[in-house]
Design a protein around this ligand. Structure first.
Ligand SMILES: [Zn+2]
Length: 173
């Protein structure tokens, strides 16, 4: 089932999320719903706070299906960055909670991430390129941080004003 995505500014997008204590069927349903919501958007990543759930859960799939890559949906529970490269890279980022706004963000080029998968199994993997950027962007959400927080204040305020306007328009009957 698709879930509505919160649009910035929203206090729930600024919260530090709680670790998941145990893997319930509700949590698995939430993960499945988040993947469906993400693919439908379409997007390459989604964090639980973006659907109003303040728990440390993200989903992502950066496989380039246009280029014939096989989909690779990842569910990450309590994801943790173990190591980041000194080498950095710049990607133009966007966010499903900040529709149609894009900006360059510099982040470590490679990260090693540990997480619990959908079955509660501990996983560890090194990500590079777009995957690395995406996983860092999604983990940031769990700490109440958005990609616009990396931008200069003026640019950030400009985007926030646009989102306030968008929300006002969407709320109109
Ligand atoms: Zn985002």
């Amino acid at each position: 089932m698709k879930r509505p995505i919160l649009i910035h500014p929203d206090p729930r997008l600024k919260k530090l999320c709680d670790p998941v204590a145990d893997l319930s069927d509700d949590l698995r349903t939430l993960a499945d719903d988040m993947l469906e919501t993400m693919y439908d958007a379409p997007g390459i990543g989604l964090a639980a706070p973006q659907v109003g759930i303040l728990h440390r859960l993200i989903v992502l799939d950066c496989a380039k299906q246009d280029n014939g890559e096989t989909p690779r949906p990842l569910v990450m529970i309590n994801p943790r960055i173990l190591a980041s490269s000194d080498e950095r890279s710049v990607y133009e980022e966007g966010c499903l909670s900040i529709p149609d706004q894009y900006a360059d963000v510099e982040r470590p080029k490679m990260v090693e991430v540990e997480w619990l998968d959908r079955d509660g199994k501990l996983q560890k993997e090194e990500f590079d390129g777009l995957w690395a950027t995406c996983v860092q962007h999604e983990i940031d959400h769990l700490d109440g941080k958005l990609f616009i927080d990396y931008l200069k204040p003026l640019k950030r305020q400009m985007i926030t004003r646009k989102m306030v306007k968008l929300k006002r328009e969407r709320a109109r009957p």
